[in-house]
Write a protein that binds this ligand. Sequence first.
Ligand code: PBG
Length: 298
Amino acid sequence: MTPSQLILPLFVCPGEGIRREIGSMPGNYQLSIDELVRECAEAHSLGIGGILLFGLPETKDEMASEAYAEDGIVQRAMRALKSETPKLLLISDVCNCEYTSHGHCGKVVDGDVDNDATLQWLACAAVSHARAGADIVAPSDMMDGRVAAIRTALDRNGFQNTPILSYAAKFASVFYGPFREAADSAPQFGDRRSYQMDPANGREAMREIALDLEEGADIIMIKPALAYLDLIWEARQRFDVPLAAYQVSGEFSMIMAAAGHGWIDRERAMMETLTSIRRAGADMIATYFAKPAAQLLS
Ligand code: PBG
């Protein structure tokens, strides 16, 4: 394992000089753009492969307007990072849940997320991220057909060379809990089980990956990681494409909490879990341990 195989997820918020620690994720912060630039310079100097950026908008609404606004928080942050840390790989998360007043990942019609109506929002968000400087766009919403919709929109707007990292197999997982505090994106009613996957259904994960590849995904991701190592391994055997895994917020918080009590050794738990994800076959790992792991590895 090398630092370049690690991707650091970061949260950008409005304001200046803001560095607000996320209670359930020690060492991780909501950062204003100026602080984000500093954090990214550090990540780059540690040799980390790239960052995955999530945004906390100024305002939320039913239409997730700031998700695809040219001057949205992620778009502004991308422009700043492109000029301040031009060599750092920038991956943008493409989703709506941080931007909708109801916290769902798409347009709500009659109390449920309307898959097809959401595709347009996602395509617009991806294009606006690419225009702002994102090197890779990473849709995490789990709407069907979104990879094709995003690919078409990118190509039409001159971004034929912008790759798509698709959260191809993303499960409806309890381990996203701390993230929803970090990104302020908990659904206000219901849950995400109509669009995220059933943890019991491994075969469907392989079908989802195959579909995303047919639609034009360049890199596929499995998420969460530790509870799904079997699927990382199976995807590695079946699909000859770059494979990513996301060690999600709850996986990080569990280790930090146990280590905080002195019940487990933090560094060893970090390295053992990351190594197991690599061993299962992931080429790259999104992890909140990216900085301490890179420090240890270099
Ligand atoms: C957005 C999104 C989520 C995560 C990444 N993108 C939350 C969710 O689906 O509820 C979770 C990441 C983590 O837990 O670290 N849809």
